[in-house]
Design a protein around this ligand. Structure first.
Ligand SMILES: Cc1ncc(COP(=O)(O)O)c(C=O)c1O
Length: 379
């Protein structure tokens, strides 16, 4: 099977409502807000013969090692404000109003990062959290969620089964994927991610750097790349090429676009890129990806682990899912990527933007990757 799919339905601009800056303003109002760094790794770009590579580094978002809290926080606040009709001017005020609602509990399913983010927000607001995880979730990811004070339930099944079980709970469900009858909250989650792109705009202009021409973003259920598309093909005045990356073991978006319907992967699809090991894309993402992703790239577990090491040499801590976009960039630069490069007129003037969406979310694995030369042993 080819590691690329050029999407013939892709458009350069899309008719989606542009993002306002309300998610950015919301995040700025939270404790310990800082814009995440945007690194310019020009040395690597020049080595391969291109102009520049920007890496948005999400290894520390509100003290958590992944970007997911941007979506979980914005969606949770929006849902609770609306459900209980709460008006507040400080987080403490919001918290005390919520306390009057009695024993509220947030529920979600996760392959790690989103669940930890929901647990973190629950703790910030003094609420309970119950997080469903697939059977093969790494112990360290479970402990990280529990460290936020949440109850973790390991289900006998994969990520999609966990989503199904969570959807049936009688609680406030904060899920980052849409399904029939459940689309409002994932839309808020997508909007929450927009903060990252407003930050990038500011970082590029402050440092007098040119806009990206090609963006590579990871795909799990497709919510994150939907936000990328909504920003760069609708909100921003310039419209870069958008490439999506998935693990070879879990190509649910690529297959859905190829078949032009939402498919569910059969069998086991766990990759070391835990956050991208999903079997079915979100119902809200499908139409957005259908017109918004110019091409799909598949990367192997080994390519992702290698990318972690290359990024580490640039002093960027990037976990398995985090390094997927950079791994796809290296694939694009290889002989195999020549068709895509030619198709999109990628040349020595091109500027790339990739998202390192997590840091060392599995610290044990991270140190093993850093300390071994035989990466195949770890897969
Ligand atoms: C680190 C990381 N990157 C990327 C993604 C993919 O995001 P989405 O599932 O919205 O496509 C995830 C999802 O959990 C993730 O944890």
């Amino acid at each position: 099977m080819s590691n690329f799919l050029i999407n013939s339905r892709a458009q350069s601009s899309i008719n989606l409502p542009p993002f306002s800056t309300r998610a950015l303003e919301f995040h700025r109002s939270l404790p310990v807000y800082n814009a995440s760094p945007l690194h310019s790794v020009k040395n690597i770009a020049e080595f391969y013969g291109y102009n520049n590579i920007y890496v948005k580094d999400e290894s520390n978002r509100f003290t958590l090692p992944a970007f997911k809290v941007l979506g979980a926080s914005f969606a949770t606040f929006k849902v609770l404000e609306q459900k209980f009709n709460i008006k507040y001017s400080t987080i403490d005020e919001f918290k005390s109003e919520l306390a009057k609602c009695g024993g509220l509990e947030l529920v979600t399913a996760t392959d790690g990062n989103h669940g930890r983010a929901v647990a973190f927000i629950a703790r910030l607001l003094g609420l309970k959290a119950r997080i469903y995880v697939p059977k093969h979730t790494k112990e360290s990811r479970i402990r990280a969620i529990e460290s936020e004070g949440a109850q973790v339930i390991i289900i006998n099944g994969n990520y999609d089964k966990a989503v199904e079980i969570a959807s049936k709970q009688d609680a406030i469900i904060i899920q980052d994927t849409g399904y029939v009858g459940y689309e409002d909250i994932p839309k808020y989650i997508v909007e929450g991610y927009s903060t990252m792109f407003w930050e990038i705009e500011e970082q590029l202009s402050t440092n007098d750097l040119p806009n990206p021409d090609v963006i590579i973003a990871p795909i799990g259920v497709g919510s994150f790349i939907s936000a990328v598309i909504q920003f760069y093909k609708s909100t921003s005045p310039y419209h870069p090429i958008i490439l999506g990356v998935e693990p070879k073991k879990a190509p649910c978006a690529l297959e859905s676009i190829r078949q032009d319907l939402i498919i569910t992967l059969k069998g086991r699809y766990e990759s070391v890129m835990a956050g991208l090991s999903c079997g079915r894309i979100s119902t809200i993402s499908f139409p957005i990806l259908r017109e918004g992703v110019d091409a799909f790239l598949l990367v192997s577990d080994e390519q992702a682990l290698k990318a972690m090491k290359v990024l580490a040499k640039q002093n960027i801590v990037s976990g398995e899912s985090g390094a997927a976009s950079f791994a796809a960039l290296v694939l694009l630069f290889s002989e195999e990527g020549s068709q895509i490069r030619e198709y999109y007129h990628i040349d020595d003037s091109t500027n790339f933007l990739v998202f390192s969406t997590e840091g060392a979310t599995d610290p044990f694995m991270y140190s093993k990757v850093m300390n071994t030369n035989n990466l195949k042993e770890l897969i």
